[in-house]
Design a protein around this ligand. Structure first.
Ligand code: SAH
Length: 356
């Protein structure tokens, strides 16, 4: 709370708003998260939140298996690139690459990461990786195997809100000298699909321009270079109205305005829109399924049994981890796995459109 840098960011927002008026939520969320991730490693029980690869090695292993299967079916093209967006502590990559190597898949490793603190951790986990600020510098030769777990949810969202006098952008301003949501001054009616124009006052529509841009780029790469992608995140299958913005600190939900840059800001991923963007560039949407179903289809139960047989003293831990990852009331249902593949790539274990 009395972190001077945090005060710095909060103060910066106050000053900016006082001088130039309310800022967009995109601006607020983008800067807050850049500050948040850049200065720390937030992942794990002493941090702010725990992610699937940190719960069990089985998560990364099954992803590695999936990627190897895709690559083998496509003819084992080389060079081949493993590209992970927002790799966190590098754990997923380490587990996935170890498994993939058993099937002869030893790709070049590219990490798209903005946080200096996390790059330092990733370097220890995967020393051979090459770091990128965005996808633009990833090589354009050879297929790409793209993985992103809890990456899209960290990208800034934009919100529109229906007021008495029509649609406005939902901005961040000041009320009683505290950060607060305020309605923007300009009419946004033209930015809202016709079927939403007359929605009830208070209705919020949320979009993620940054996620859309990334999906467009990923799809372009798959199309041009061949390859496949897995996007895993918590989200909904259809675009639904309402704000899904939330702030998490020390494993608890907090007010997003309480300490800018000190809590993880996320929003649910709109997978239907993501899939539409990918398909608009000719990429195959293999499907978007729940994490529980996908991990079971990939054989998590067998993997858990094998692990427990070799290390019986960890049997209970392994079972608890599997349950956390797959149970509908834990991560099994809220989290979704979206699979994408280049037009001429076949397979896609665990997805409905896997044949062909
Ligand atoms: N995939 C990891 C980490 C998830 S947290 C895991 O499952 O554990 C989100 C990750 O995305 C972090 O590594 C964070 O630093 C990174 N990140 C967030 N916004 C980013 C951006 N705009 N560009 C690149 N990386 C970003």
């Amino acid at each position: 709370m009395n972190d001077p840098a945090a005060t710095g960011l909060g103060e910066r927002f106050h000053r900016l708003i006082r001088n130039t008026g309310p800022i967009s939520l995109t601006h607020f969320m983008g800067e807050s998260n850049a500050h948040y991730y850049n200065g720390r490693d937030p992942i794990g029980s002493p941090g702010d939140f725990v992610t699937a690869p940190e719960i069990s090695q089985m998560f990364g292993e099954l992803i590695g298996l999936w990627l190897a299967d895709m690559w083998i079916r496509a003819g084992r093209d080389e060079p081949v690139h493993y590209v992970e967006l927002g790799p966190g502590r590098g754990t997923l990559a380490k587990d996935a690459l170890r498994t993939a190597a058993r099937y002869g898949l030893e790709p070049r490793v590219h990490f798209v990461e903005s946080s200096q603190a996390l790059k330092d951790v990733q370097l220890l986990a995967v020393p051979g990786a090459i770091w990128h600020d965005d996808l633009s510098t990833v090589p354009t030769e050879g297929p790409v195997l793209i993985v992103a777990n809890e990456f899209l949810d960290a990208l800034p969202v934009r919100q529109l809100v229906r007021m008495e006098n029509g649609w406005r952008e939902r901005m961040v301003g000041l009320a009683d000298d505290q950060l607060a949501f305020v309605a923007g001054g300009q009419s946004m009616d033209a930015a809202v699909p016709v079927e939403w124009r007359d929605a009830e006052v208070g209705t919020i529509l949320e979009t993620s321009p940054a996620s859309a841009a990334i999906m467009f780029e990923v799809a372009g790469r798959l199309n041009d270079q061949g390859g496949a992608a897995l996007f895993i995140d918590y989200g909904h299958a259809e675009m639904t109205p309402g704000s899904t913005l939330q702030a998490v600190r020390e494993h608890r939900k907090v007010d997003p305005f309480a300490a800018p840059g000190e809590a993880d800001l996320t929003a649910l991923v709109d997978f239907a829109t993501m899939a539409r963007i990918a398909q608009s560039r000719g990429v195959r949407h293999l499907g978007t399924v729940t994490q529980g179903d996908w991990l079971r289809a990939l054989g998590i139960e067998t993997r858990a049994k094998n692990l427990a047989d070799t290390a019986p003293q960890y049997r209970e831990e392994i079972e608890i981890a599997m349950k956390r990852l797959t149970h509908p009331r834990q991560m099994g249902e809220l989290f979704k796995v979206m699979g994408l593949a280049a037009p001429n790539w076949h397979g896609g274990a665990g997805f409905p459109a896997s044949e062909g």
